[in-house]
Design a protein. Structure first.
Length: 212
């Protein structure tokens, strides 16, 4: 067991912050982002479908967060648990939906199985992959693959999803913000979707100022 004094701990935490910040700066940007946003806008805002996110374990928790953030910013989205999909929840899918599949390894069995099931239900259903491995089965299955950069985890064991989930969260933010801008989402529209709490009050106040 390491016994950190305050100075040692501060230095260690600073090192972790710098490592994760550097990993964010190294996220590879490509034309896949434009394709992903165009696909989301086409399927959801032109064809009336929705964005369906999925991931297993920690990636699933990030996928759930991405879905709720999309919902509050004007793009209907739901999280589909890949295991529950095999027990009837696959029925949430509709013909004009688009999938956003998260897997750091790109080899997660449940996600690969979900993709097979979704394509059997709706052949040709479009999907976007968010992964750390460009050579993975998931990445190879689509031309819209967004990569984390595969920076090492800051976990001292090199195992626990830490840096990788930070990258997934940031990439989710990139997609949300770019989609908001693509659809011209306004503060008035935000206020209609977010009624409670501090953000609800703040958005209503901002909406009132815009109208008056």
């Amino acid at each position: 067991m390491n016994n950190f004094n305050n100075t040692d701990l501060a230095k260690r935490l600073e090192s972790i912050l710098e490592t994760e910040a550097e990993a964010v700066r190294k996220i590879p940007l490509s034309d896949a982002y434009a394709k992903a946003v165009d696909l989301i806008v086409e399927q959801v805002h032109r064809k009336g479908g929705k964005l369906v996110t999925s991931g297993m374990g920690k990636a699933g928790q990030i996928a759930m967060n991405i879905a709720t953030t999309f919902c509050s910013t004007g793009t209907p989205s739901v999280f589909l648990h890949p295991s529950e999909a095999q027990h009837g929840d696959l029925g949430i899918l509709q013909r004009n939906d688009v999938l956003l599949l998260l897997s750091n390894s790109g080899k997660t069995r449940e996600i690969l199985e979900l993709l097979d099931l979704a394509q059997a239900l709706y052949p040709g259903i479009p999907f976007i992959v968010l992964t750390g491995d460009p050579s993975s089965p998931l990445a190879a299955a689509t031309d819209i693959a967004l990569f984390t950069g595969a920076s090492p985890e800051v976990c001292p064991l090199g195992m626990t999803p830490t840096t990788s989930t930070t990258m997934m969260t940031v990439i989710g933010d990139l997609l949300v913000v770019a989609t908001m801008e693509a659809i011209g989402f306004t503060v008035e529209e935000y206020a209609l979707r977010h009624h409670g709490g501090y953000l609800g009050h703040k958005s209503k106040e901002a909406s009132y100022k815009v109208k008056h």
